[in-house]
Design a binder for this molecule. Structure first.
Ligand code: TRP
Length: 321
């Protein structure tokens, strides 16, 4: 039987993960584990605009790893990779950068979009070359498939180009990976903005307590055209109902709420209370698994012989050399 294809995917550690990460990526990754040989990478070299805050980077690596364990990514079946603990990622990125024309990076649409979004006038060299780090992440592990959001596809294309060039110049070393774009659209924020994100302060985190989830849900943005509970409301594009669709397994309850909402026969408060209950039921087992895996501050891990990278002093489950 042929070995299963290898998957590598990654995330830059910026802090704890939220429902957007779950719906857009994690839910799918958990399923992929049973079909593929999966590598999940925490890209702590790719620290973007907070490289001056190593404490935050270190903390965020743990947050991401705990959230991964909490949602059911399983280091017994898959490999968790912390980028800085395998310095070959950096070595390969440097080596491969000899084979990437400068103009190729200057035309990178992801970089252009990020510069526009952040209103940056100047970027660091590392910000400019981080697509090459991503190429190295993928090629080092010889991945066949790379699950990513649509916005990351230009980086997969770059990876394919670099792999082709390298293979042609030397020998067939790297598979040419394919991007795997899931169906899940981007999750809207609690404020109705197109994207749930930490920087927009419109996120519900996987580790939020029930009280915090209640509070966030009760202040959610709903249908702006609806003033009274007796006004007919819009379900489509309404964030509260989008979340119901994704996270409330009680289809009958959701159908009933939608029907009454359209007729102006239910208030926002009831719809939100039921959403908060559904979200908390969904998050409870995740919170429990997270708590059971958390290490008390000050306790070192069983693998303290692992060579620490710049962003970590100790680690639990990693892929070592
Ligand atoms: N650049 C990706 C992002 O910002 C994260 C990432 C780093 C990644 N290395 C990777 C994704 C390798 C896939 C494969 O989302």
């Amino acid at each position: 039987m042929a070995a299963p294809e290898r998957i590598l995917t990654g995330i830059r550690p910026t802090g704890p993960l939220h429902l957007g990460h779950y719906a857009g990526a994690l839910e799918n990754w958990v399923k992929l584990q049973s079909v593929y040989d999966c590598y999940f990478l925490i890209a702590d070299y790719q620290v973007s605009d907070y490289a001056d805050d190593m404490a935050r980077v270190r903390e965020s690596v743990w947050e991401v790893a705990l959230d991964w364990l909490a949602v059911g990514l399983d280091p017994e079946r898959s490999s968790f990779v912390i980028e800085s603990l395998v310095p070959e990622h950096a070595e390969l990125a440097l080596w491969l950068s000899w084979f990437v024309p400068l103009g190729r990076l200057q035309r990178n649409p992801t970089l252009k979009a990020e510069m526009r979004d952040f209103g940056r006038r100047s970027v660091s060299v590392a910000f400019f070359t981080y697509p090459v780090m991503q190429v190295a992440n993928i090629l080092l592990h010889r991945a066949d498939l790379v699950p990513v959001g649509e916005d990351q596809l230009p980086h997969i294309e770059l990876t394919r180009e670099v792999a082709r060039r390298f293979n042609r110049l030397f020998k067939e070393v790297f598979p040419e990976p394919e991007g795997l774009v899931g169906r899940a659209p981007r999750l809207v924020g609690t404020d109705g903005q197109a994207k749930m994100s930490k920087s927009l302060d419109n996120a519900i985190y996987l580790k939020d307590t029930p009280a915090v989830v209640n509070e966030k849900v009760m202040s959610m943005y709903t249908d702006p055209t609806r003033i009274r509970a007796t006004d007919p409301g819009h379900v489509e594009g309404n964030p509260v109902f989008l979340y119901h669709e994704l996270f409330n397994p009680d289809r009958e309850e959701v159908a009933d709420l939608e029907d009454r909402y359209r007729r102006g026969a239910v208030g926002d408060v009831e719809v939100k209370q039921k959403l908060a209950a559904a979200l908390n039921a969904f998050l409870d087992p995740i919170r429990e698994r997270r708590a059971s895996r958390s290490i008390q501050p000050g306790r070192t891990s069983p693998r303290s012989n692992v060579r620490p990278g710049p962003a970590l002093t100790s680690t639990t489950t990693i892929e070592t050399r």
